[in-house]
Design a protein around this ligand. Structure first.
Ligand SMILES: *Cc1c(COP(=O)(O)O)cnc(C)c1O
Length: 451
């Protein structure tokens, strides 16, 4: 198997172009390239000990390879190594960050916003909940029991009250349970997950927005994983309706390093009301000298941040803007088609059954059987066998209390399922191969369970 290397040629050309911009005397810095070669080959050998995250047969955890343009642009920026904290350190890449953040805000339907890139979704959610806590200091943050665990932890860090709301059998926030909490009057912010990390389920945003007529609370949309699905036209209409309402929320988190083809270190937080900048105000004696314009460091909790992340995302947006009907959206819709195709196969299988119909591009399924404990064991066996067959899946624990009238015995709190994040556009084309390897792993697993 060969890795993509064409982008290295682009990188060399880009660096040659970059150096033309600096009319300065040459300087020498000496490095021992021979020794460096030894070291980097050692590093490459160490890196062979990875799962092949970049390959379509890796269909387990949420890992999507960065686009070659993102890798090349990020690397090119390394020859400058800008710090997007203040304009002094990122004269070119801070404006690029503002452009890409505006692109993302526009994708959600906002012409006005406040926002910036972050190290990732955790940091972005921290900032959103920090602002939420400043606005409703004595009220709770609520999120579903399928929301990312980061919300509970962040609330603890921020010393904000946190409450969990139950979910329905599809893993979406239960609206009646949410309203029960709202009635008590102590909820300041509802976290609406637009694509859960486990099942890829989308919380019912239209119903949550409707509750704002009766109760006063903020809505924070955690779209770290699922935000880009707003661009698709092959979602269920009920799912599209939820994404369509994202312009109504108060803050949004999206991770370009999840579905957005970026290397890690690229999250984004967006606020609908630019006036929340007031909460960030601080007095720094030493950083900002060169510009009267807003410095990104003045509206961010993180100080130093990789300007290269902004350059990588900027180049990606130039090539494939995050707009409806574009190449980026077309590629993402392939992932969605792959998920639906896998779901259909599971639905007619004699051996597997899907847990829920996928709303995005994550599929979860279980082994048919008589008892939950046995079904869980079989799934774990298939998971291991699949790895032997170079098919990389993941496992997911589904609460058995959510099964309605099952035709198997519930003898455990959780059913261990198999799970696939079909995030690569190639997954659609590879689905026959993935299915063949899954079937082979299952038949081998059954043999070994019986023997
Ligand atoms: C991944 C994820 C996070 C955490 O983001 P990181 O980029 O991993 O820090 C938060 N919420 C959701 C829904 C996620 O999928």
């Amino acid at each position: 198997m060969k890795l993509e290397k064409e982008s290295i040629k682009l990188l060399t050309k880009a660096i040659e172009k970059l150096e033309l911009g600096f009319d300065l005397p040459d300087f020498n810095s000496s490095h021992d390239y021979q020794k460096m070669e030894e070291v980097i080959l050692k590093a490459a050998e160490r890196m062979q000990d990875n799962y092949p995250y970049f390959h379509p047969l890796f269909a387990g955890q949420m890992l999507k390879p960065p686009h070659p343009i993102a890798k090349a642009a990020y690397m090119m920026a390394m020859w400058i190594n800008p710090n997007n904290h203040a304009m002094d350190g990122s004269k070119a890449s801070s404006p690029m960050e503002k452009e890409v953040v505006a692109d993302l805000a526009k994708m959600f339907g906002w012409s006005e916003h406040l926002g910036h890139l972050t190290g990732g979704g955790t940091m972005a959610n921290l900032e959103a909940l920090w602002v939420a806590g400043n606005i409703h200091p004595d009220k709770a943050i609520v999120a579903s029991d399928q929301a990312h665990y980061t919300h509970e932890r962040i609330s603890e860090v921020l010393k904000l009250k946190f409450e969990k709301v139950a979910t329905d059998h599809q893993g979406r926030i239960d609206i009646d349970a949410l309203e029960e909490k709202l009635k008590k009057g102590n909820v300041g912010t509802v976290v609406c997950t637009m694509g859960t990390t486990g099942l890829g389920a989308v919380d019912p945003l239209p119903e949550i927005v409707a509750l704002q007529e009766k109760y006063d609370f903020r809505i924070h949309a955690d779209a770290a994983y699922g935000g880009y699905f707003r661009l698709l036209d092959n979602l269920e209409s009920s799912t599209s309706e939820k994404y369509a309402l994202l312009d109504q929320v108060d803050s949004i988190v999206i991770d370009p390093h999840k579905q957005g083809l970026q290397p890690y270190g690229c999250g984004c937080v967006l606020f609908k009301n630019p006036k929340v900048a007031q909460y960030y105000i601080h007095d720094s004696p030493y950083t900002y000298f060169t510009s009267d314009e807003l410095h990104l460091g003045e509206i961010s909790l993180e100080c130093s941040r990789a300007g290269a992340s902004a350059v990588g995302l900027w180049a990606t947006h130039q090539l494939m803007p995050p707009v409806k009907g574009g190449k980026f959206a077309a590629d993402l819709s392939q992932s969605r088609e792959a998920a639906l195709s896998l779901y259909e196969r599971l639905n007619t299988s004699d051996h597997f059954f899907p847990i829920v119909k996928p709303e995005t591009d994550i599929v979860s399924w279980a082994m048919k059987g008589q008892k939950v404990s046995e079904m869980s064991k079989a799934a774990q066996e298939v998971f291991k066998r699949a790895e032997h067959n170079h098919l990389y899946l993941s496992l997911y624990k589904y609460p058995t209390a959510k099964f309605n009238d099952p035709d198997f015995e519930i003898d455990a709190e959780y059913l261990i399922c198999l799970r696939s994040s079909l995030m690569k556009p190639e997954h659609k084309e590879w689905l026959d191969e993935i299915w063949a390897r899954l079937e082979k792993s299952r038949s081998r697993a059954v043999t070994s369970i019986n023997s």
